[in-house]
Design a protein around this ligand. Structure first.
Ligand code: AHR
Length: 620
């Protein structure tokens, strides 16, 4: 009883080397307050209504958001600290970070801009919010004037705090400013960043979130959105040239997911992230369509031309040599070599809106023609695969993006979606997930759960079997701060007050499938049809390793007998658990993959696959 599978070791189809990757945008504080390493929130008073979010007065200070004292032309507001008459001792303010600041023993870098007549001590501290215990404190002498802002840096030797309930505090000597005021702007705090021991990455990624991403061994990164590229209006769209250079040059914007974006993780930081994790960048460009009232007025005709020109400038910044205007700018910002962008997607989900769909053929072709003319080797990707929204004659070489968010059973039913599609235009699936339309009652729609993750594995097997056609696939969304999860579920969640990174069953499924990939999908014979068990085998030719991926979308254990001539041993990784169980902040390791060694007999392996499981067998 069970499934018997025999695989040919030599016949099959080529698999896309880019198949598994990441989609990222600033959603659920995935970047600001998440993967990006800035620890202080609202540091530049960006976005529509920043208010005093995250700030509190220290001593007798009265705080206000001050638009009349901009730090720069981009950072148009600062914090005004008014000090009443007869104030003595320390006066200043605190910032609570993104719902907590994790402090561990290390060296942290901090900085601030100061304006106002003052000559005296300034002390930067990290202190327990309720305990007031100091985990770092450094005093410097500052001289500032009321004419302009001056910049100050502080290095903090930190000791480990028991939790993340900590504040960053900046205080001055009240006696020297009593009855007056000071303005402080663009405060910053960084712990050592991901890869900072190897490269110079002062404005880089948080190691505790970057490491699990690195472990996935993904192949590409799609950025910067998603909806968050598009803007509620044209004015709010993600603008590449406002996300580069010194942070005081980056105005930020009101993001599409309800909070201000600092854009401190900007175009170059995305590209450096790709460089650090060997990911192929997939750049999504704004194509004349924003989200408010369904993109009420998509830009078309001559109104589109400035945006086409802007994208050519963006591509020159990425790809141009240093003799070009924007290539030279990139070099000035520390990267003389062009970045290896080969894939550009023209917009995001234009088919989701009638006006977007209707005008997409024209808008796509305007960008296609302009880009293809200058960069004929770039692969250009449509933002949808709906034929109604695509040009009638799609130019050869174009790839089509297809997104799917649905319930587990529907995703499993789409297992064979790609089997019989026309193969003249490759597909990419740059967003997919089980979304919680009917979540288990105890899940509260926040966490990926085992049944959903198995459904995703079934769908991934469907894509991998067709990876001559499906060139890339990315689960979305990737990361979420648990204090701000307006879109759920997400592959990885985190919080700081009780510091935690929760790797979901979906994260583990992604990692297992991405980290075990061959270059050829092998043909097979079997005694059973697909369902409830699904499988795909690939061969990694350089190491003669065979990977069998399995998904058991059912409540029974299934025996699998597998024959691959010439193999004798391997490892088996299994992720399984009850259909409605999940990893959460209260039980982050509820379901984790289990690895065992297995031996085959004359090329035959026997595996018992538990209910609701995802498994990878790696054989040599
Ligand atoms: O992944 C969340 C959102 O879903 C993306 O921003 C958007 O492209 C899609 O509709």
């Amino acid at each position: 009883n069970g499934l018997s599978l025999s695989f040919s070791t030599s016949t099959g189809i080529p698999s896309s080397p880019l198949l598994y990757g990441f989609m990222i945008e600033d959603i659920d504080h995935s970047l600001d307050g998440g993967l990006h390493s800035q620890l202080l929130q609202n540091n530049g008073f960006q976005g529509d209504n920043p208010g005093l979010t995250a700030y509190a007065p220290v001593g007798n200070a009265v705080l206000s958001e001050d638009p009349s004292n901009p730090v720069s032309s981009a950072i148009t507001r600062s914090l005004k600290i008014t000090v009443p008459e007869n104030t003595y001792g320390d006066v200043g303010f605190s910032n609570e970070g993104y719902w907590g600041i994790v402090v561990t023993e290390n060296t942290y870098n901090s900085s601030f801009w100061l304006k106002g007549s003052y000559s005296g001590d300034a002390t930067v501290k990290l202190v327990g919010k309720t305990s007031s215990i100091e985990y770092a404190s450094e005093t410097i002498h500052v001289d500032s004037s009321s004419n302009s802002f001056s910049y100050f840096e502080v290095t903090l030797s930190t000791r480990t705090a028991p939790d993340g309930e900590n504040l960053w505090v900046l205080v001055f000597d009240a006696e020297k400013v009593t009855g007056g005021s000071l303005n402080v702007g663009l405060i910053q705090l960084f712990a050592p960043t991901y890869n900072s021991s190897l490269f110079f990455r002062p404005n880089g990624l948080k190691p505790e979130l970057a490491k699990p991403l690195e472990d996935v061994k993904a192949s590409f990164l799609r950025f910067p959105g998603g909806n968050n590229l598009e803007g509620a209006t044209e004015a709010d769209r993600w603008k590449w040239n406002e996300t580069i250079g010194p942070l005081e040059n980056r105005p930020g914007r009101q993001g599409d997911w309800g909070y201000p974006n600092t854009d401190a993780l900007g175009l170059m930081e995305y590209l450096l992230w790709c460089e650090d994790m060997e990911l192929a960048p997939v750049l999504v460009i704004w194509n004349g369509f924003s989200l408010s009232a369904g993109g009420a007025t998509p830009f078309t005709g001559s109104a589109l031309q400035p945006y086409v020109d802007d994208v050519l400038d963006e591509l020159e910044f990425i790809l141009g040599d240093t003799s070009t205007e924007y290539g030279a700018l990139r070099a000035r910002y520390g990267h003389p070599d062009p970045f290896p962008v080969q894939h550009v997607e023209i917009g995001n989900e234009d088919s989701h809106n009638p006006k977007g769909c209707e005008t997409y053929p024209e808008r796509f072709m305007a960008f296609y023609n302009a880009i293809h003319n200058v960069y004929p080797d770039l692969i250009l990707i449509t933002s949808s695969s709906d034929p109604q929204c695509l040009p009638k004659e799609l130019p050869a070489g174009v790839w089509k993006d297809f997104h799917i968010y649905t319930d587990p059973d529907s995703l499993v039913q789409d297992f064979n979606y790609f089997d019989n599609l026309d193969r003249s235009f490759p597909y990419v699936v740059l967003e997919y997930a089980v979304s919680q339309t009917s979540p288990p009652s105890n899940n509260n729609a926040i966490w990926p759960y085992m049944q959903g993750s198995v459904a995703e594995a079934v769908y991934m097997i469907g894509m991998e079997r067709n990876s001559d056609l499906v060139k890339m696939a990315a689960y979305a969304p990737l990361l979420a701060h648990l204090n701000y999860s307006m879109y759920t579920p997400n592959a990885i969640s985190f919080e700081y007050s009780e510091p935690k990174v929760v790797l979901s069953t979906t994260y583990y499924t992604q990692k297992m499938f991405s980290a075990n990939r061959g270059d050829t999908i092998l043909n097979f014979t079997s005694n059973e049809e697909f369902g409830p068990l699904y499988w795909v085998v690939s061969k990694h030719s350089p190491t003669s390793t065979y990977f069998l991926k399995l998904a058991n979308y059912g409540a029974d254990t299934v025996g699998v007998y597998l024959t691959i001539p010439g193999t004798s041993e391997g490892t088996l990784t299994v992720l399984s658990g009850p259909a409605d169980e999940f990893n959460s902040d209260s039980n982050p390791n509820n379901i984790v993959p289990k690895l065992t060694d297995i031996k085959g007999s004359e090329g035959t392996f026997e595996v018992n696959l538990p209910p609701w499981s995802v498994a990878v067998l790696a054989m040599k």
